[in-house]
Design a protein around this ligand. Structure first.
Ligand code: GLC
Length: 560
């Protein structure tokens, strides 16, 4: 691991334009105290592993106090650490140690909703209908003569109505409150100045502790159409390429941009500026780019790329669309292949790619199709190398560097995701990508917890012994060594990260691009091996043929 800190991209003022950010899902990363749930000291113990992987930053999914009705995305206190995960002092120590290793730290902020146990929501419930405390959330009387029908037809992202009814202090049925996710996640009212002040204070709280940025949960959902019209089945997000303009009552409302202009001012009070990355599902690249105007967010995940099947033409189209729409606002693209909500890339790419439909992203979308996991892994590696060469920054979700597939056979009774129940079992949810990591091939929990610990909060597939980090460490050709090599080379090549790219003319099943004069990336999506131009192979996602040809589902970086 010869990466020297001086070659790290994150030492530049605008580090986020080029950074490779590793997503840590704290529940499933590393458990230091043996309770079967990962924790802050677990993250801390693996910082040397992350430094050796060659990433520039980590993004840590919510670590705040939470009743865990949505795995921590139901926050009851934004300025502390959940006791299952540790303490604020441990978090401070972790951030300081990450910084000492040259790793930036991004944390998650959840501004669309709180937990129903948050003090502001508890105060709102106690204060009763018509009180000023209730104005901080979205309470409305029901429809129908008895008020027993939801105030609008809005649907929860997890299924069913987006409204829950309250009970009045005297026991009679009361008003309804909006919650676009679970009943335990009430949406806050962003029209209210207290809410704006509250979240800006939270930003400062963590920025003052040295945190380098925030990933913003459901960033396109905060503002609601104040006339509360029905949504009438309006689809959202729209599939990529949809030209139609829609005005959805609670997604991507135009006034949401005001909030991020205010947040940007807060970030810019700090030196160097702190960075934001939005989780924004809009499905139209121009509307995504609108969040990345110079006075708004720095970056936003490009989910269109993630949902594109492993086929040359649609991949080329989505890359072009992304680069062009981001260039129009001067923002860098942010590439991503997976996260804690989405079926892992190995399992997505294992399915016949012609069958992938727009917006397919959950295990339940892929499960009905036959799987070829060897191809899935080849393609996931090829996709990663293609991605790391593209202009902009990239995210790696924990376990991608081990080539982990989705855990597809978790017993139904062990599933924890509220999406499963709320969808009536129709969606098998997101637990398959949240299974605790295998660190060692030996041991009851493959090194996730110390020996003799509680069972991990989700069961681990036994086949994961072969994918454990220690099995792959030092093994030439392993996915872990491939990631290390790719990120080491990426860190050394000045032409990678932010900047321009140019396509090379190729046959239909091949994509190839240049970065600068001396770097080329070649990707073979077709069945037949292809010949490569003269040059030195810098990194390959898989072995070349004996004759030096690039086989199917393989990517190489060449110095020419
Ligand atoms: C985001 C999170 C997801 C969560 C939802 C509600 O999409 O990534 O995990 O369930 O928001 O907070």
């Amino acid at each position: 691991m010869s990466q020297t800190l001086s070659t790290r991209r994150n030492e530049t003022a605008e580090w986020w334009r080029s950074a490779v950010v590793y997503q840590v899902y704290p529940r499933s990363f590393a458990d230091s105290n043996g309770d079967g749930v990962g924790d802050v000291n677990g993250i801390r113990s693996k910082l040397p592993y992350l430094a050796a992987l060659g990433i520039d930053a980590v993004w840590i999914s919510p670590w705040y106090p939470s009743p865990m009705k949505d795995a921590g995305y139901d926050v009851s206190d934004y300025r502390d650490i959940e006791p299952i995960f540790g303490t604020l002092a441990e978090a401070d120590a972790m951030v300081a140690e990450a910084h000492a290793l040259g790793i930036k730290v991004i944390i998650d902020i959840v501004p669309n909703h709180t937990s129903d146990q948050h003090v502001l929501f508890q105060q709102a419930l106690a204060a009763g209908p018509g009180s000023p405390e209730r104005e901080r959330f979205i309470f409305k009387p029901g429809r129908g003569p008895l008020g027993d029908e939801p105030p609008t037809d809005w649907q929860s992202a997890f299924g069913g109505t987006a409204w829950s009814r309250t009970t009045n202090p005297d026991g009679t049925p009361g008003d309804w409150y909006l919650r676009l996710f679970t009943p335990e996640q009430p949406d806050v009212n962003w029209e209210h100045p207290d809410i704006r002040a509250e979240f800006e204070q939270t930003l400062r709280f963590w920025f003052d502790r040295g945190v380098d940025g925030f990933r913003i949960d459901v960033a396109h959902g905060l503002v609601k159409d104040q006339s509360f019209p029905d949504e009438d089945g309006m689809p959202f997000p729209l599939p990529l390429g949809t030209a139609e303009e829609v005005n959805h009552p609670h997604w991507d409302q135009p006034r949401v941009h005001e909030i991020y202009r205010a947040w940007r001012k807060v970030a810019d009070e700090y030196t160097p500026t702190r960075a934001f990355c939005g989780e924004i599902w809009v499905g139209r690249s121009d509307r995504l780019a609108a969040y990345l105007r110079p006075d708004e967010l720095h970056t936003a995940f490009n989910f269109d790329f993630l949902m594109t099947p492993w086929l040359a033409a649609p991949m080329k189209a989505v890359i072009d669309e992304t680069i062009n729409s981001h260039a129009a606002v001067g923002a860098p693209p942010t590439w991503v292949l997976g996260n804690h909500d989405l079926c892992r890339p190995v399992s997505r790419y294992a399915r016949p790619q012609e069958l992938v439909q727009p917006l397919d992203r959950f295990l339940s979308h892929y499960l009905p199709h036959p799987a070829d996991f060897a191809s899935g892994l080849r393609r996931a590696r090829a996709a990663a190398l293609m991605m790391f060469g593209l202009p902009g920054g990239a995210y790696v979700y924990q376990g991608e560097e081990l080539g982990l597939p989705e855990a597809e056979a978790i017993p139904f009774a062990a599933l924890q995701d509220p999406l499963v129940v709320q969808s009536g079992g129709e969606n098998l949810g997101r637990d398959g990508c949240r299974v605790p990591l295998p660190w060692t091939s030996a041991g009851e929990t493959y090194g996730f917890s110390p020996e003799g610990a509680e069972q991990p909060w989700l069961p681990q597939p036994t086949a994961w012994a072969d994918l454990a980090a220690d099995t792959q460490d030092g093994q030439q050709g392993s996915t872990l060594e491939f990631y290390r090599e790719a990120l080491r080379v990426r860190g050394q090549r000045a032409e990678l990260g932010d900047g321009a790219m140019t396509w090379i003319t190729t046959p239909d099943d091949v994509l190839a691009y240049t970065r600068g004069e001396h770097f080329q990336c070649w990707v073979n999506f077709g069945d037949a091996p292809i010949s490569l131009p003269e040059g030195e192979i810098l990194v390959a996602s898989g072995e070349l043929t004996a004759a030096g040809l690039l086989p199917r589902d393989t990517t190489v970086w060449l110095a020419v």
